[in-house]
Design a protein around this ligand. Structure first.
Ligand code: TYM
Length: 332
C-alpha cells in the first residue's frame, strides 16, 4: 500500500469547513487505500504566540474532531506531533540543507511575518515549512492530502528530499501533493476571493464544525453572492455562488452540473436555504461524536499514545538512517 501523511494545526477551538473539505475528508477516504498517518501538529502551533492551557485543550479537541469526522484508529495512525521526538530532530538536519533565501521565499511566511513585522516574527515561523518537510519525509510518504495553500510547502519538501538523496544517497521517498481541484480552496463566505481561514477577520465568513448549527445555517443564508441571478459554476465571474456550489457538491455527493440543472430558474435564496440544511445535518453528528470522545479524555489520550507508538516505529528507523548517512557517530 502507498503511504500517506498529513497534519493539521490545533490553533483554533474548532476546525472549519475548509479544513474538512480541503483535507480531512480525503484523509478519511485514504484510510482505506493507503497506509495512513495523520498528526495534530502542536509543534507548528507555537510559532506565533499561544497560551499553554488553550493549546493542550485544542490538541485534544482537534484529535476528537478528526475521529468524529471519520478517522478510525484501527485503520490509520493518529498521533500528536510532539509525542514523536524525531520530527524536531529531522527538522534540524533538513534546516541545514535548506537555503536561507529558499526559506525566505515561502509566501505563507511572508504573509504572516508581514502582519507582525519581521522583528517580532519568530524564527520558528520562518523554519515552519522545514518542520513540515520533516513530518512528511520521516514516514516516507508517497502522497500528502492538503489544500491548495500548502502547495508551496510541498514543493519545498520535494526539493529537500531530492537534495538529501542526491548528497547522501537515496534515503527519502519524494512525496506528491494530493490536492483535488474541486475542494482545494474553499473560500470565505463574506469574501469569496479569499480562502476560508482560521485567521479570517470576521467569523461570519467561516463555518466552524463545532459552532451552533443554527449559526452556521445563518452564515450560509447570508453568504455574499454575486450580481445576476443564475446559478452557474464560474469561479472567476461568480466566486460566491461557485464556492457554495463546491460545498454543496462535496457534502451531498451530487455533481456540480447536476446541481446547476436542479436549480435552473430558481434563485440564490433557494440554493442557500437547501445548503444551510445540508450543513446542519452534516455538522450535528460530528459534534455529537466529538463530545463523546471528549467525555473520556483518558481513553482519548491512550488512543493517541498508541498512535505515537506506531508512528515512532517508522520515524525512528528513518532518523537512524539519516543520522548514519549524514555521518553522525552512532552511540556505542
Ligand atoms: P492547517 O492546519 O492550516 O490546515 C489543515 C488543512 O486544511 C487545509 N485548508 C483548506 N483547504 C481548502 N480550503 C481552505 N479554505 C482551507 N483552509 C485550510 C490546509 O491546506 C491543510 O491541508 N502547514 C499545515 C499543517 C501541516 C502539515 C504537515 C500538512 C504541518 N505538517 C505535514 C501536511 C503534511 C497547515 O498549516 O495546515
Amino acid at each position: 500500500r502507498p503511504r500517506v501523511l498529513s497534519g493539521i494545526q490545533p490553533t483554533a477551538d474548532s476546525f472549519h469547513l475548509g479544513n474538512y473539505l480541503g483535507a480531512v475528508r480525503n484523509w478519511v477516504a485514504m484510510q482505506d487505500t493507503h497506509d495512513a498517518f495523520y498528526c495534530v501538529v502542536d509543534l507548528h502551533a507555537i510559532t506565533a504566540g499561544h497560551d499553554p492551557e488553550t493549546l493542550r485543550r485544542r490538541t485534544r479537541v482537534g484529535a476528537a474532531q478528526l475521529l468524529a469526522a471519520g478517522l478510525n484508529p484501527d485503520r490509520c495512525t493518529l498521533f500528536v506531533q510532539s509525542h514523536v521526538p524525531e520530527h524536531a530532530q529531522l527538522a534540524w538536519v533538513l534546516g541545514c540543507i535548506t537555503g536561507f533565501g529558499e526559506a525566505s521565499r515561502m509566501t505563507q511566511f511572508k504573509d504572516k511575518s508581514s502582519r507582525q513585522g519581521t522583528e517580532r516574527s519568530s524564527v520558528g515561523l520562518f523554519t515552519y515549512p522545514i518542520l513540515q518537510a520533516a513530518d512528511i519525509l520521516l514516514y516516507q510518504a508517497d502522497a500528502v492530502p492538503v489544500g491548495e495553500d500548502q502547495r508551496q510547502h510541498l514543493e519545498l519538501t520535494r526539493d529537500l528530499a531530492q537534495r538529501f538523496n542526491g548528497q547522501f544517497g537515496r534515503t527519502f521517498t519524494v512525496p506528491s501533493a494530493f490536492i483535488p481541484k474541486e475542494t482545494a480552496k474553499i473560500t470565505d463566505l463574506q469574501d469569496p476571493t479569499a480562502k476560508m481561514s482560521k485567521s479570517a477577520s470576521s467569523p461570519a465568513g467561516i463555518i466552524d464544525l463545532l459552532e451552533d448549527p443554527a449559526r452556521s445555517a445563518k452564515k450560509i443564508r447570508s453568504a455574499v453572492t454575486d450580481t445576476g441571478r443564475e446559478i452557474h459554476f464560474d469561479p472567476e465571474a461568480k466566486p460566491g455562488i461557485s464556492n457554495l456550489l463546491s460545498i454543496y457538491s462535496a457534502l451531498s455527493g451530487r455533481s456540480i452540473p447536476d446541481l446547476e440543472e436542479a436549480y435552473t430558474g430558481r434563485g440564490y435564496g433557494d440554493l442557500k436555504k437547501d445548503l444551510a440544511e445540508i450543513v446542519v445535518e452534516f455538522v450535528k453528528p460530528i459534534q455529537e461524536r466529538t463530545a463523546t470522545y471528549l467525555d473520556d479524555p483518558v481513553q482519548l489520550d491512550k488512543l493517541l499514545a498508541v498512535g505515537a507508538e506506531k508512528a515512532r516505529s517508522i520515524s525512528a528507523a528513518t532518523l537512524r538512517t539519516v543520522y548514519q548517512r549524514i555521518g553522525f557517530l552512532a552511540p556505542a
